[in-house]
Structures are given as C-alpha cells and as structure tokens.
Ligand binder design. Sequence first.
Ligand code: 6PG
Length: 462
Amino acid sequence: MSEFGVIGLGVMGSSISLNLLDHGFELSVYNREQGGEGILVQQFVDTNKSKYKFKAFTDLKAFVESLQRPRRILVMIKAGVALDSLIEQILPLIDEGDILIDGGNSLYKDTERRARELKRHGIHFFGCGISGGEKGARYGPSIMPGGNKQLYQKYLAKYLEAIAAKDTGGKACCSYIGEGGAGHFVKMIHNGIEYAEMQLIVELFDCLKSTHSYEDISKIFESWKSQGLDSYLLDITIDILNKKEEDDFLLDKILDRASNKGTGAWSSIAAFELGSVNTMMASSVFARYISSFKSERERFHVPKAISQQAFDLDKLRKAYQFARIINHHQGFEILSIASKSYSWDLNLQEICRVWTNGCIIRSGFMNRCIDYFAAERSLLNHEFIMDDLRNSEQAIVDSIKKGLDNRIPLPCLGASLDYWVSITTRQLPANLIQAMRDYFGAHRYQRNDSDPDELFHTNWEA
Ligand code: 6PG
C-alpha cells in the first residue's frame, strides 16, 4: 500500500510526484483517461519506472484502494469545475478520516466551501498554496497549507516539509498557515505581489529600452542585485533579456499582450471586499488587461517623441526600491487585515520565511522582511523603512516625471507613489466627498470639531 497519492499528472503534478519519490515516499499516482489524458500516466510510467518504484493508475477506484488509511491525496488539477467534479467522483470511494489536499490555485472562498461540504462526509480538506512553477514543484516549492492544524502536523507535515524548498537555515519553506481557506488566500496574495513585482520590472525595462541595449539593461539590473534589489524575478529578467533566437532577441518576437489566470484579479477583489488598499496589484492587473487591447492600441497610437530623454539610473534604482517596499507593505497589509477578519491568526514573519525560497517572489528583501516582521506587524512602523521611503521620494517623483515626458505608462510605479503621498498626508480632500454624499443623499458626515461618533446632516440648498 502507498502512503501518499497524487492525482493529476500534468506538469506540476508529475514534478511533485517525482519530488515525493526522490524523498523515498511510497507513492500512487493517478490521472483520468478522459480527453486522451491516459497518455500522461503512460508517459510518467515509461519515463520513471527504471529509476523509481511507484503505482500508477487511470482507474480512480483502484488508485484509492492502493492507499493506506487515512488516505493522503494531493490533487494537482485545474482549479474550478474540474476540481469539483473530481471531488464528486472520489467522494463515494474514500472513507471518513481521509485527507484531500488541493494543491492548485483555487479561490480561497471555494476552498472554504469545499472544506465545509467535505466535513459533512468526515473528509478533511486542505487548501494548499504551492509556488515555484515546474522547477519548484520538482526540486522544492514554497508550500502554504491551510486546514486543520493538528491533522496537518500528524499526517501531512512530514511529506510537504520534505519536498519543500529550504530557507537559508535549512528549514522547510512550508508552514501551516491557518484554518479553512487561509493557505489559498496567502498563495493568492503571493500572486498579487508577484503581479506587481513583474509589472515594476517591465516598467523599468520600458524606461530603459529606448536608450539602452538589452545587454546594457541586463547589466544594469545585474548591478542592482548587489544593491539590495536581488530577486528571482530580476534574475529571470536578466536571462530573458539575453535570450536570442538566431540573431534576434526572442523578446522582440513575443506579442505584447499579457495573459493571466485570475489570481491577481482575485487579490484585488479581496482588497476591495476587505477594505484594504492594494493599488499596486490592482494596477498591475489592469496593466495586463490594457495590454490585451492590442487592436485599440494600434488604432489610437500616438507616436513618441523621436528623441527620448535618458533616465537617471540612480534615481530609477531608488524608485524601484521605493516601489518594492510599498508593494510588500501593501501585500502584507491585506494579509494582516484578512487575518483579523477571518480570525486566521496569520504569522506574517513565518509567511515571509516560507516565501524566501522556492516561490516566485523570493528575494533578498523578503529575507530581510523576516526580521522586520519579528518586531512589527507593518513595514511602515519601522523608522528606518520610513526614512528610506522619505529619502527616495524625490527619485521616484523625478523618474515618473521623466516617464510622463517620454510617454511611458508607469501605472505600478505611479500607484506606489500615490499610496505613499496619500498615507503621509494629514489632510485629504475626503471632506468634500463627504459633503457631496450628504448633499445628494443625506448620507451625513462627521465633523472635526465634534465627537467623531456624532453624524451631521446639512440642508445644503437652504
Ligand atoms: C507560482 C505562480 C503560479 C502562477 C503563474 C501564472 O507561484 O508558482 O504564481 O502559481 O500560476 O505565475 O499566473 P498568471 O497566469 O495569472 O500570470
């Protein structure tokens, strides 16, 4: 009998299966036959049978029966209806006390619903965020499991922590996150931060590309790595900038329409629902959307000035540093707000640690954040971080001005600056909003010369 099962032998599922096998676990794997997918099982067997011992199935019942009880089944299939349909099929085959782990990018509210429904049948459901793409899954992802803590520790920690990436101290980048949908929520926010980190890099690239060669830009980025800006995403950008297809840069052949699978939008929707200010991830989602309006962009095209003004590299670097701090701040703020709203008791410091290796947003800054969150629940509570932001404000202002002069859209850099200016402004014009609301809708307003709990209405037309 196998001690662990994996359902779904797509890229992520097969990589995680090999990772589990590398760690010596007895494994059963399954993929449905429908849609010609049985070939995935055959390929997995053919490629790996000489190196590993495992059981492979296209029959769900036989797969379930090959597992020790309580069964531990990691599901690595497409989030959404495919998962609901799998749950429907497997439910009559599994027994009370068995454990299903969803390792996909599911919406945390769906995870909560599934956990509730499965609980009625005595099945334990874990929503487990897994980051790191194919390579991560194969050699060590960052893992964010959510569900029942005791069961996690008793039945799952051994497996998930073995296959996870390791932090600089050798500890697994996998840690119990919280009840219900907490693991998937945290993974979703990871992706929201990822969207903004990616958008910031592409904005910098846009600032530099008319005055520098790709090789130069990659060297500039390389030099920034030793100035506190090292990250996995910057590393892959350097590789991408140097990738050629014969004599041409591959990047120049890629259509400028960015796709997405929804997690950035979900993060932004969660921000709206929770009253959290996550302007950077939201503007990054919209930047992807606007890129997809390719035909409109062709139609409305306004040519740029022939001679583009060069950016001050030092200011641009400081602007990037500034925006990254705000991005991480906004990301951790929504975690903090969600933690209170959903009573998840999220450990921000531990989440930072889990995000220091294996995942897409791993970086030197994330490593430093472990210490920052040891002392405070908000990055902006650190005076030295506030000093950094104050000291680089002029650099980001100048960089954005130059961007405007050059007709370069900088939505994410702009969102970071707007956030900073707003959060550091004592008097905002929200009093006028309140007056208008009261004028047309008698919504009432608080006064600054009275008890804040008291609400006032004025007959504005009198
Ligand atoms: C990860 C990634 C991954 C995500 C891709 C694509 O942590 O490994 O976040 O989960 O699916 O990055 O996401 P988009 O298609 O939405 O860009």
